[in-house]
Design a protein around this ligand. Structure first.
Ligand SMILES: Nc1ncnc2c1ncn2[C@@H]1O[C@H](COP(=O)(O)OP(=O)(O)OP(=O)(O)O)[C@@H](O)[C@H]1O
Length: 795
């Protein structure tokens, strides 16, 4: 299998790489220590400003220069900064800023939760403002206390609400701060008061001796009563069982206890501790790798790759739909007339003009049977004297009957217009394909990955090759060479040759083949089987990575959670395009059908998608097994209703007008689309543009496949046999099942070795020839016969 080097080196900035704003650990250390040092500088400068501020007055009035020298410990810059922050700014509260800067440095260096830091800055700034306003009261005496800002704000408040008002406002600010920041409540103040009282009482207790205490108990004077109640309060607070002996009888104590618990309930706030999710060791490692090197970028090797520009595609004059009012009116009248001739009344008619056909939607009068209109298809076509009338009765999802009438002057839907459409440009599909435009002039963009395989059929000259080119062009405009690879099979040898130029960018091939585009039928069989091996390998990789599909797998790989040393690699999508499928089936039959069916059944999850085009959509070409696995189908014009049924399971394709007029279905509705037109010179320009850019050293290499002929033709020497040959032979004979996977399981071998063993067993006449996906026939009935055979061999 082609192994692409997985680079972990820090990336050069590339066109396809998203900007990564997270700092690496080294950058964090540098930036964090810068902040800490700046915080320290500010602190020293501020501190020294308290002593040397006056002496430096002359210096700070202008911007510092080199000749001047200040008394500030941080010299002129220190004096200047202190003047800025303290005198002109917030006064001595500015010290808080130096602390905040230092703290920020610590947070950045140690990579502590940034949300907490943000909180510190918000509260710190509010405290600075509060303090500077507070000190503003005294600024006229010591102007470094509140700074200019503090003084100005203070006097602003005083102008409106006076000194007392300002003081009360500050008090309010303080209370709000305590309430919000430290969750203070009225009850907290009460408790504080009580605690103070308790301390007082404790002091009192320690100073009084035991005798006095008894005296208090026995002789309750008014004063002592007070003290006792205070004592009881103390009991409530602490609920100490030892004191209960001295307190009042039970019934009286009960309500007090209840009060206590309620008080506790109100006062104590529940604090929810949040635990960070535990990170496993593997996650930790991958997070660190991502932190240090960023996510894995599959496009890195061709980081300078440029997508083809839109200008390479041609603009057509006949683009843009022009409504011919006369034609519309004429057609409408004819439809109404024809239906009237058959006594079918119409209550409403509406026209939607598309690029090649116009859809007339009819609402018949109540009581008209739909089948009657459907039966009149030919009559309506005759009266409109037009080819390609299609009647949809009823239009799914609408209560109307549709009659599609071809426009006299059809317009070309250029590839340029569909590629440039927002729908295509903004699509985040895995394999977006812009087919063309629907009848309501909407650009049709579908995801090949969701289809998951596509069957294309149509008579010769109706637009199949153009359709295939449109599919490939769409992918070339949207996917980087690292993300998708094409396997192109072109028995006609002329249709897809243009794509040879992008072999080392986008194509995949067998290791021993020279040309990437496959034109030879025997090579097709090898390639298809090789794709089956690639599929099995990919499933194995997905299984090891515990992923369900290629998308999850690639995301995991990008997040560096999969180790390339364990055989993991970024998996590009593989799109297999087979033109002239009928020709292949005619010459290779089952040998082609079997791997195609296998791929079609299983390959969707691991990113191998098939596009099969055929001229002859007869049932021996599009067999039941193929049809069942190709839910997405495109029909260009075909010659008979039967062909249409074979492709779409319904009529309609025989009514199309050709030149890219097509029907598309993905299982339920059939949509009529005008296929986008992309001419050969346009494809040539695109492939030339891509081909001229830096490429991979080779095409994407598919796994090696040893074909049937090569397997039988090898006359393997007895000496060259695998050490496990006898053991393998016994397993095969005992199980009476000639499969490589059985050997893989039983002998715990890799695929290649098991395959070689099977070849040797075949050469020794123990198993029969290759039979596609079926296990080989075992030619030796039992172990005794095997012994005899091997003995005879060694004679
Ligand atoms: N979408 C389209 N818009 C306009 N014209 C088209 C479109 N598709 C095909 N045509 C016209 O039809 C001609 C034949 O198309 P194309 O070569 O794709 O047919 P084909 O089905 O591949 O035929 P064959 O099976 O013989 O290769 C083109 O040369 C072009 O003039």
């Amino acid at each position: 299998m082609a192994k692409k080097k997985t680079k972990t080196k820090s990336s050069k900035t590339s066109k396809f790489k998203k900007p990564n704003l997270t700092l690496t650990s080294q950058q964090k250390l540098i930036f964090g220590s810068l902040l800490m040092i700046f915080g320290i500088i500010l602190f020293i400068a501020f501190l020294s400003f308290l002593f040397s501020g006056k002496a430096d007055q002359s210096i700070v009035s202008q911007f510092p220069s080199r000749e001047q020298e200040a008394e500030n410990w941080m010299n002129v810059i220190g004096a200047w900064l202190s003047e800025l922050f303290i005198t002109k700014g917030f006064g001595i509260a500015s010290f808080i800023f130096s602390g905040l800067l230092f703290l920020s440095g610590v947070y950045v260096t140690l990579d502590i939760n940034k949300a907490k830091l943000r909180k510190h800055w918000i509260w710190g700034t509010l405290i600075v403002i509060w303090l500077s306003i507070f000190f503003g009261f005294f600024t006229h005496k010591f102007n470094i206390l509140g700074g200019t800002i503090g003084f100005e704000m203070n006097s602003y408040f005083q102008d409106y609400i006076g000194k007392i008002g300002t003081a009360l406002l500050l008090l309010f600010g303080l209370i709000s701060y305590l309430a919000i920041r430290f969750k203070f409540t009225g009850q907290t103040f009460v408790n504080l008061f009580k605690r103070a009282k308790k301390d007082l009482k404790n002091e009192f207790n320690t100073t009084t001796d035991d005798d006095t205490s008894i005296a208090v108990d026995n002789d309750l004077t008014a004063e002592a009563e007070d003290i006792k109640s205070a004592f009881e309060l103390n009991v409530q607070d602490t609920v100490e069982p030892t004191i209960e002996n001295h307190s009042k009888p039970e019934p009286k104590k009960e309500p007090i206890k209840v009060e206590v618990t309620e008080e506790v309930k109100e006062d104590v706030e529940i604090e929810i501790e949040q635990f960070e999710e535990e990170i496993s060791e593997a996650d930790n490692l991958s997070n660190k790798l991502v932190e240090d090197f960023g996510q894995f970028d599959p496009t890195l090797e061709l980081s300078k790759f440029e997508f083809p520009p839109l200008d390479l595609l041609k603009k057509y004059d006949s683009e843009g739909i022009t409504i011919n009012q006369e034609e519309l009116e004429e057609n409408k009248n004819r439809i109404v007339e024809t239906l009237n001739n058959y006594k079918i009344g119409i209550s409403n008619i509406k026209a939607t003009i598309g690029p090649t056909v116009t859809l007339y939607e009819i609402v018949p009068e109540a009581g008209v049977r739909i089948s009657r209109i459907k039966n009149l298809e030919d009559d309506i076509a005759l009266s409109l004297s037009a080819l390609g009338i299609r009647i949809i009765a009823p239009i799914p999802g609408k209560g109307t009957i549709g009659i599609e009438v071809p426009n006299k002057n059809s317009t070309i839907v250029s590839m340029r217009s569909v590629i440039a459409s927002q729908k295509f440009q903004k699509s985040d599909m895995q394999l977006p394909i812009a087919f063309g435009k629907t009848i309501s002039n909407e650009t049709m963009v579908v995801d090949l990955a969701k289809m998951p395989h596509l069957l294309m059929a149509g008579a010769t000259g109706q637009g199949k090759s153009v359709g295939l080119n449109a599919v490939l062009t769409s992918l070339l405009y949207k996917k980087h060479p690292a993300e998708v690879k094409f396997v192109l099979v072109d028995p006609k040898k002329v249709e897809l040759t243009l794509f040879n130029k992008i072999e080392r960018h986008y194509l995949a091939k067998l290791p021993d083949s020279e040309e990437a585009i496959i034109t030879d039928n025997t090579k097709v069989i090898n390639t298809l089987n090789s794709l089956c091996i690639e599929m099995d390998n990919r499933y194995e990789m997905l299984k090891n990575a515990m992923c369900r599909n290629i998308k999850e797998y690639n995301e995991k790989f990008k997040a560096r959670k999969l180790n390339p040393n364990e055989g993991h690699q970024y998996l590009p999508y593989i799109v297999l395009v087979v033109d002239e499928f009928a020709d292949l089936i005619m010459t290779a039959g089952k040998e082609v059908e079997t791997p195609i069916a296998r791929l079609a059944q299983l390959a969707r999850a691991i990113g191998i998608h098939l596009i099969i085009a055929t001229q002859r959509p007869s049932v021996n070409v599009i067999t039941g097994i193929i049809k069942a696995n190709f839910p997405a189908r495109i029909a260009f014009r075909v010659t008979s209703k039967i062909d249409s049924r074979t492709i779409l399971d319904g009529a309609g394709a025989d009514q199309l007008i050709g030149r890219g007029d097509m029907l598309y279905t993905q299982g339920n509705d059939i949509i009529r689309i005008q296929c986008a037109f992309v001419d050969t010179p346009e494809v040539e320009k695109i492939t030339e543009f891509i081909g001229a850019q830096k490429a991979y050293p080779d095409a994407y290499l598919l796994p090696e496949y040893v074909g049937e002929e090569s397997g039988t033709s090898i006359d393997i020497d007895i000496e060259d046999r695998d050490k496990l040959f006898r053991e393998a032979a016994e397993i095969i004979v005992t199980a009476q099942q000639g499969s490589a996977s059985l050997l893989q399981r039983k002998l715990k071998l890799g695929y290649n070795r098991a395959g070689r063993l099977i070849d040797q067993l075949e050469a020794a006449g123990i198993v029969g020839g290759f039979e596609g996906s079926k296990a080989r026939q075992v030619l030796v009935p039992d172990l005794a016969a095997l012994d005899q055979l091997l003995e005879n061999e060694s004679l």
